[in-house]
Design a protein. Structure first.
Ligand code: ZN
Length: 271
């Protein structure tokens, strides 16, 4: 585990499919954790006078599929560098006809349909974190402000259902999720969000719609090729939005995430 007196980074971006690099001229470091190795080396840059860590969720070259990502190592590594606020761009399928490919959504809720993933750091003791609002309220505001400033249309709110994958949904599953009122489907948003919360780190998802999910368009089904193509077309736009958002993240945290663990007795010391 790497611990530093001066934080190596205070902000972080976890890049998803198609988003493997934040800035080209970044310092690369490897970080080990009690949970094993993160998805890849972490790069460090200075953006707007603040230190920013970047970790590609699937590793460079997309080596790690969603169900094999070591989410605990990823979040622990970032926290150990000093990171307290995370932006998490991700590719999503849309469950709503009005949210077409290329749409940016800032979800406000998630539903966990994954299975068998390690989703807590607290294997001992009684540590139950509040997760009613899974995303940082101030982080969400920052993304929406940045979207307005950069002329990016962004939808405020929506529920993201996180499926186990790596397969895409059946039509019936997709129709069921849509009927429940949910907007987006994704494979990595959980347990990433809850692990950040368990470490009292702010976490904000920024979802890019790459396709309509299987049950939404009667004639189409999702293909991996289509997903990666839409992501490639929109990566620069998403990168610009992320960079603008970093600049707007609070300098001092006054959100609930920061005090999530207040008064709880932790079975170990946080990094
Ligand atoms: Zn927060």
């Amino acid at each position: 585990m790497t611990t530093t007196a001066t934080p190596a980074a205070e902000l972080a971006v976890i890049g998803g499919s198609g988003f493997y690099e934040l800035l080209a001229d970044a310092e690369r470091i490897t970080v080990d954790t009690p949970y094993g190795e993160p998805s890849d080396a972490i790069t460090l840059s200075e953006i707007g006078g603040r230190r920013v860590a970047f970790l590609p969720r699937h590793g460079r070259g997309h080596a790690v599929p969603p169900h094999r990502i070591n989410y605990r190592a990823n979040l622990w590594a970032l926290r150990s560098l000093g990171v307290r606020q995370i932006l998490a761009p991700c590719a999503v399928g849309s469950l709503r006809p009005e949210l077409g490919p290329g749409t940016v959504v800032v979800p406000d809720q998630l539903v966990d349909r994954t299975s068998g993933r390690a989703q807590t750091y607290y294997e001992r003791g009684a540590v139950h974190v509040s997760f009613a609002d899974p995303y940082c309220a101030h982080g969400r505001e920052a993304v929406l402000e940045a979207a307005a400033a950069t002329g990016t249309e962004a939808t405020d709110g929506g529920t993201m259902v996180v499926i186990q994958g790596p397969r895409f949904s059946t039509r019936a599953e997709s129709q069921w999720y849509a009927a429940a009122g949910w907007s987006l489907v994704n494979m990595t948003g959980h347990p990433e969000a809850v692990l950040a919360r368990e470490l009292a780190v702010c976490y904000t998802a920024v979802a890019l719609v790459t396709d309509h999910d299987a049950g939404i368009d009667a004639h189409q089904s999702v293909s991996q090729e289509e997903v990666f193509k839409v992501f490639a077309q929109n990566t620069e736009r998403l990168r610009a939005l992320v960079l603008e958002t970093l600049d707007r993240l609070p300098k001092e945290r006054t959100c609930g995430c920061a005090v999530t663990l207040a008064g709880l007795e932790l079975p170990f010391e946080l990094p």
